[in-house]
Design a protein around this ligand. Structure first.
Ligand code: GLN
Length: 313
């Protein structure tokens, strides 16, 4: 067994025994009913090897991890013009916070907080029906993962809409500033459906490959985004991907990472690996408690880090 296979198996065994597992998100029934005992991990290396452990084949609600894919698509659609409507600074606030929007004139701090991702969804809606925009996100994620079986869970999307009062508030508030250009129900229809993407750790780690390969999908050899854009998406993930817990995540793992309230984390070690972990129990900032711990142990045991010195070519 290779070192990585042994490390991944060992971490999954340790996580099975962990007692402090955090709290499962309970704002919608489809998430509230998931057992906190679940844990999965998948590592795809730059050489294309895949290592999995635990519940790595079990689809879960990727929630805010979808913000990485929608941002990538929106940058492809409108390029750097996107940055006129959404910022690139860590917010230091909760994922669903509204406080900064008033003083910052309806321009969200970054594309990974809810307000920013709702603007990104609004960009993807331009010139399309909501179902077309949703279809293009699904199609994109399937192509990145190389797996046509990825689906959107309609029960989750409906529950998001029924309970999404804060997201409606954020969207309406930004519409008042002119930064949401479509009726909020339509923009949020896109946002709620992307949050409802269901993927396994294996599928998610596969979908993240382009971010470890400087923007190229290794399966097709085609470039998804330019190297510069891939590096910038990784930079944003590291600085903003865990909301007001982003500093802590970077400190502990040294990786670019994006979390979701379903308990998943997609992490990238550029040139080395794309990693997905899933454990539904969340810490008080809404990020997977054991997911972060598993990534911390993985990076300690492998030495992987964005900051790992590499030979200068
Ligand atoms: N659907 C959730 C929301 O919009 C996503 C948040 C998250 O994963 N952090 O509130």
């Amino acid at each position: 067994m290779s070192d990585i296979a042994a490390i991944v198996a060992e971490i999954a065994a340790e996580m099975r025994e962990a007692t402090e597992r955090g709290q499962v998100a309970d704002y919608i029934p489809p998430l509230a009913c998931i057992s906190p005992d679940r844990f999965g991990m998948a590592v795809v290396t730059a050489q294309g090897e895949v290592f999995t452990a635990g519940d790595a084949e079990e689809p879960f609600s990727i929630q805010s991890i979808s913000k990485v894919f929608s941002l990538t698509l929106a940058l492809g659609a409108v390029g750097d013009a996107l940055w006129r409507r959404v910022g690139r600074e860590p917010s230091g606030s909760a994922f669903n916070s509204i406080v900064q929007l008033e003083s910052e004139h309806g321009i969200p701090r970054n594309p990974f907080i809810n307000a920013g991702a709702i603007v990104v969804a609004d960009v993807l809606l331009s010139g399309h029906e909501p179902r077309e925009a949703i279809g293009s996100i699904l199609h994109f994620v399937r192509a990145l993962a190389g797996d046509e079986s990825v689906i959107i869970d309609e029960r989750v999307a409906n529950a998001e809409r029924e309970t999404g009062f804060r997201n409606f508030a954020l969207a309406n508030y930004m519409r008042a500033f002119g930064n949401i250009r479509h009726p909020v129900e339509r923009t949020l229809g896109v946002y709620f459906h992307q949050c409802a993407l269901a993927m396994s750790c294996r599928q998610l780690a596969m979908a993240g490959r382009f971010l470890m390969h400087d923007g190229r999908n290794p399966a097709t050899g085609l470039s998804v985004v330019s190297p510069r854009r891939a590096r910038r998406i990784n930079a944003l993930m590291m600085l903003c991907g865990h909301y007001d817990n982003s500093g802590e995540f970077a400190f502990r793992t040294g990786l670019a990472g994006k979390s979701g309230v379903g308990g998943g984390i997609l992490a990238v070690a550029p040139g080395i690996a794309s990693i997905a972990v899933w454990s539904p129990g969340l810490n008080d900032k809404g990020n997977s408690q054991l997911g972060a711990l598993a990534l911390e142990r993985l990076t300690q045991r492998t030495g992987w880090s964005v900051f790992q010195p590499r030979p200068v070519a």
